[in-house]
Design a protein around this ligand. Structure first.
Ligand code: MF3
Ligand code: CO
Length: 250
């Protein structure tokens, strides 16, 4: 079942989204070589709490932190750790959620740690562009496949792999709602998009092959099978009568 949101629901979700955007900006400003992923998690959590929101991910299905922090070949769901130290040239994805006035917001960014290679820069930039190509299709009357197809086309044209096992999703009073929003698919296919739907569009793009591996040790960490770098860019997007409204960007 798809939970449609009223205008006032979407206003509350926008407030939640602005808090999350602010928290991720704090992470972007703070990220530097020598920092642990645990420290980066603390910085995001501090802003979310200071703004009167709650971290959506903490204790979600047992997840132990406020953010998923995923360096280099980690695709998503990396667990922040005092023993993971970021170094010059790394890329790092930070994915978090804020719960405020009864609604979740969900967003992720991939940051450069110090100076990074041109190839890594391009991966981050294309992943971000994939999000916007998808978000542009998030309009009343389109279908979920229009979003996925736009993202897949852009990523594959750049020579990258699109992760299949993890997908975007509806967002609202629960962090994960219907429908699934894959980053691949066929234009004109899938669930019809309507005003009042709020979805997380979240391309996870690998520099190499699309295949991923799920950690059997910690139950969370997802890495690329071939060891290549992976980037993630996500925002919570409302489908409104005025078109797509990105709630987690300032
Ligand atoms: N943005 C993440 C997702 O949609 C949220 C993960 S929270 C976690 O998968 F607890 F599941 F890690
Ligand atoms: Co998400």
């Amino acid at each position: 079942m798809i939970n449609l949101k009223t205008k006032s629901d979407i206003e509350a979700m926008a407030e939640s989204g602005q808090i999350l955007a602010k928290a991720l900006e704090a992470a972007e400003e703070a990220v530097k070589p020598g920092m642990t992923t645990e420290r980066l998690n603390e910085i995001v959590e501090k802003v979310i709490l200071r703004e009167g929101a709650k971290p959506s991910c903490k204790n979600y299905q047992g997840f132990p932190a406020c953010c998923c922090i995923s360096p280099n070949n980690v695709v998503v769901h990396g667990i922040p750790s005092r023993s993971v130290v970021l170094k010059e040239g790394d890329i790092v994805s930070v994915d978090s959620g804020a719960y405020y006035k009864g609604f979740h917001s969900d967003a992720a960014r991939t940051f450069a740690v110090g100076k990074i290679s041109e190839e890594a820069k391009r991966l981050i930039e294309v992943t971000r562009a994939c999000f916007f190509a998808g978000a542009k299709m998030a309009v009343d009357g389109n279908r979920v496949g229009d979003i996925g197809s736009a993202i897949q086309q852009m990523a594959e044209e750049a020579g990258y792999g699109v992760v299949r096992e993890l997908v975007g999703h509806g967002v609202g009073r629960s962090l994960h709602e219907s429908p699934d929003v894959p980053n691949f698919g066929r234009a004109g296919k899938g669930v019809r998009l309507t005003r009042g739907m709020v979805i997380a569009i979240e391309p996870m793009i690998n520099m190499g092959a699309a295949d991923v591996r799920f950690s059997k040790t910690d139950g969370w960490t997802v890495t690329t099978l071939d060891g290549s770098l992976s980037a993630h860019y996500e925002n919570t997007v409302a489908i409104t009568e005025d078109g797509p409204k990105i709630l987690t960007l300032r």
